[in-house]
Design a protein around this ligand. Structure first.
Ligand code: B12
Length: 210
């Protein structure tokens, strides 16, 4: 069952992915099992094929669409609806970057951990993040980037927070495939997390400390 979800994400067969995820849940597979053994490895395989020129952007896009469909089926299982918000997070993919699957997953698991999530979407300018900090007064701001060419926008965003005096009002969390702890330290972020589950865990732990 999980194998066919994996295959259908790679094929980009949206309806079969949604159906497969629904059936796997009904058969008792846990949502994180479905994510971590079928859906995420499928996107990694799509990335590997793209790198080796075995597939191209249209194929990546239809796989991404299928992945989104599957995530929407999983969403209620990842996010427990009846939890009192423990804090607020503003989340977005930085300027120039259109990847949002990982960010969306981070948002869903943060919701599941009890956070109120304000998702600004993709290609978010520093100004838009600043506006959201002023409007929502979030405990955390999460920046996502998937391209080596867009991770500098994380630095630019944090620098812009300092320039307008909002840097100390929020905890900055960064992530995305090309980001690591050393980079996060270098740009002055407060938290780096390699995946959505650890992002939610670290955010909860940080809230307890302050
Ligand atoms: C799907 C995809 C696309 C789709 C995106 C659709 C969408 N709606 O997201 C499309 C087709 C649009 C696309 C376009 C491009 N892509 Co692309 N894409 C991918 C692919 C295959 C999968 C990404 C993905 O969704 N992974 C699955 C998720 C679950 O993982 P994740 O994003 O890493 O997120 C996890 C963690 O990183 C972390 N995380 C993520 N965000 C955050 C945020 C916070 C705050 C925290 C704490 C944690 C965190 O938690 C997440 C969940 O566990 C990757 C390959 C790969 N292996 O990553 C290439 C990849 C990222 N793309 C790549 C490239 C080159 C491009 C293009 C430049 C191609 C082109 N020539 O036009 C364009 C750029 C467009 C743009 N301006 O952004 C390269 C990047 C290379 C590089 N080193 O920079 C990759 C690595 C492919 C490759 N192997 O070459 N792409």
């Amino acid at each position: 069952m999980l194998n066919s979800i994996y295959d259908n994400v790679i094929k980009g067969d949206l309806e079969s992915v949604k159906e497969g995820v629904t059936q796997a849940l009904a058969a008792g597979h846990g949502s994180s099992d479905i994510l971590n053994t079928a859906m995420i490895p499928a996107m990694q395989e799509v990335g590997r094929r793209f790198e080796n020129e075995e597939c191209y952007i249209p194929e990546m896009l239809i796989s991404a669409r299928a992945m989104h469909g599957g995530l929407e089926v999983l969403r209620p299982h990842l996010a427990k609806a009846d939890v009192e918000p423990v804090g607020k997070v503003v989340l977005g993919t930085v300027k120039g970057d259109l990847h949002d699957i990982g960010k969306n997953l981070v948002g869903m698991l943060l919701e599941g951990a009890g956070f109120d999530v304000v998702d600004l979407g993709v290609n978010v300018s520093p100004e838009k993040f600043i506006e959201a900090i002023r409007q929502h007064k979030p405990d955390f701001v999460g920046l996502s980037a998937l391209l080596t060419t867009t991770i500098p926008a994380m630095q630019a965003t944090i620098d812009a927070f300092k320039d307008v005096g909002v840097r100390d009002q929020t905890i900055v969390m960064v992530g995305g495939a090309p980001v690591n702890q050393a980079f996060a330290d270098k740009i002055g972020a407060d938290i780096y997390a390699p995946n959505a589950a650890s992002a939610a865990k670290k955010a909860r732990a940080m809230l307890k400390r302050i």
